[in-house]
Design a binder for this molecule. Structure first.
Ligand SMILES: [Zn+2]
Ligand SMILES: [Zn+2]
Ligand SMILES: [Zn+2]
Length: 486
């Protein structure tokens, strides 16, 4: 696998101006003015002086144009809301960068700790049509040693790219199960990495935590064929976390060896539903490990900024690479995908079909989804396997629209750096302070904020006045911002 170079045009640069303050300001102004699907709220916010009990400020949506206010949707995906997604990208950048060079309450000494950037891929489930190489150069699809061949030079955007050469023999079940168990596989991989690290360092496994802490931050990315893979930053700290240093023998080389071995050893075994035998799932053979930071003897080392940008970029993507960006969860809400009336009828009588989906369990027909054959087969495989009791825990029907993957797109171990929540809180506090200052109110420490807001629908308000220029006080309640994430 080739890794994009820092100058790769596919890595969208985060503007240099996206410093901390710019992130806060841009975030606020950006989403307030341009969120494509804001949440409408009605209600009030009252500010009460903590010591005197006096109401110092009262804000009612009833006095606003349209009698309501809007708050940004907070969605992380670019295809859903470009402006909220940009904000999320800034946050993801700062979260990852803080774990690499400090900042946001993380000590800058982490920059000297062993740090690597790892890409864990999925195995093959059958040959798929290949597009141009990562550097954009055209290449022929195949030839392959065995099986069917294509020989076409597929141009960028060819819908055939990522679809099976032979759909009849493609392992759709394995593909869907890999997505469904990818989170479990990742979790076992982190455990296996710690164990291997202890073994290689000659430490009892249970004593590893008295010597070093392994910190992780990962993002999931969909490949064109519709399978997830993971990009992860892995860092070695001392026993007391980011502020402490691991012993000298805990080197980048040792961490790299541990990850390589752990990736090979990690497996998850599935139950065996019906006539299907159990399967052992593992990572694909392609494993890319790069050192982060300057290293004189490693030309392939990546800089902090490149890694942070790369992760931030993938944190705002969903399934769009596989052509199913706008798919919503399929199960009928009334019967939760069961196809039967949820309320029990008279005892002894058969359950009647759900009146809303006519017993189908989903609110739409397969044809109405308008998917490619490959995407539709993945969705239908999820639906079929989702009906198996042994696989109930995977909730494959609920997650058919993401080809079975139900994990979080961005996750990290607690000690890695700050959190998305802390970054959002920081922004909300800044906005509130700005508002209070403009209204001539006491400092927020002296105020009790009473929020009473109710959902009133979605979408921009008609005839919304042009947003206030930066610096002018907002009419939004800062505390009523919608949390984003998934
Ligand atoms: Zn939005
Ligand atoms: Zn082809
Ligand atoms: Zn139903």
């Amino acid at each position: 696998m080739t890794f994009p170079s820092p100058t790769d045009p596919r890595i969208t640069p985060i503007p240099a101006a996206a410093t901390d303050l710019a992130r806060v300001l841009a975030g606020h102004e950006l989403t307030r003015s341009t969120c494509t699907r804001p949440i409408r709220l009605v209600g009030s916010r009252t500010l009460v002086h903590r010591a005197t009990g006096e109401i110092v400020h009262d804000f009612h949506s009833a006095h606003q144009p349209n009698s309501m206010i809007t708050v940004p949707c907070g969605n992380r995906r670019h295809t859903v809301c470009p402006s909220c997604s940009t904000l999320y990208k800034y946050d993801a950048y700062h979260l990852i960068a803080a774990g690499l060079r400090g900042g946001k309450n993380t000590t800058p000494t982490v920059a000297a700790h062993p740090r690597i950037f790892v890409t864990l891929t999925a195995p093959s489930f059958g040959p798929v049509h290949l597009g141009p190489a990562k550097n954009g150069n055209p290449r022929p699809c195949g030839p392959r040693r065995t099986g069917p061949d294509c020989h076409t030079w597929h141009p960028v955007g060819d819908p055939l790219i990522g679809t099976p050469l032979d759909p009849g023999t493609y392992d759709y079940t394995g593909h869907v199960l890999f997505n469904a168990y990818a989170g479990a596989l990742w979790s076992r991989f982190t455990t296996e990495t710690r164990r291997t690290l202890a073994d290689l360092a000659g430490i009892e496994r249970r004593d590893l935590r008295t010597v070093t802490t392994v910190a992780f931050a990962k993002v999931a990315e969909y490949q064109t064929r519709g399978v997830v893979h993971f990009h992860a930053v892995i860092r070695l700290d001392g026993a007391n976390g980011p502020g402490s240093t691991a012993p000298a023998r805990m080197t980048t080389a040792l961490l790299t060896r541990s990850v390589r071995t752990a990736a090979k050893r990690t497996t998850v075994t599935t139950p065996s539903p019906g006539a299907m035998s159990f399967r052992t799932l593992r990572w694909g053979r392609q494993l890319d490990i790069r050192t982060i930071g300057s290293s004189d003897d490693d030309d392939s080392a990546l800089s902090d900024a490149v890694v942070a940008r790369y992760v931030a970029k993938y944190a705002t993507k969903g399934t769009e690479a596989s052509g199913i960006a706008d798919l919503r969860p399929l199960p009928c809400r009334t019967c939760d995908g069961q196809g039967l009336q949820v309320k029990p009828t008279e005892p002894g009588k058969l359950q009647r079909p759900c009146p809303d989906c006519h017993g189908l369990g989903r609110s739409t027909t397969w044809a109405a989804l308008g998917l490619s054959n490959h995407a539709l087969t993945l969705v239908r495989t999820c639906w079929k396997l989702g009906g198996r009791e042994e696989l109930a825990g995977l909730r494959l029907r609920r997650w058919a629209h993401t080809f079975g993957f139900r994990g979080h797109f961005a996750t990290k171990s607690r000690s890695y750096s700050t959190t998305f929540g802390a970054l959002r809180d920081e922004r909300a506090a800044y906005t509130a302070a700005q508002r209070d200052q403009a209204l001539g109110l006491p400092s927020s420490a002296d105020l009790v904020v009473v929020n009473d807001w109710h959902y009133a629908g979605r979408g921009p308000l008609p005839d919304t006045p042009t947003p206030a220029p930066p610096g002018q006080v907002s009419q939004e309640p800062a505390a009523a911002s919608a949390g984003g994430g998934r």
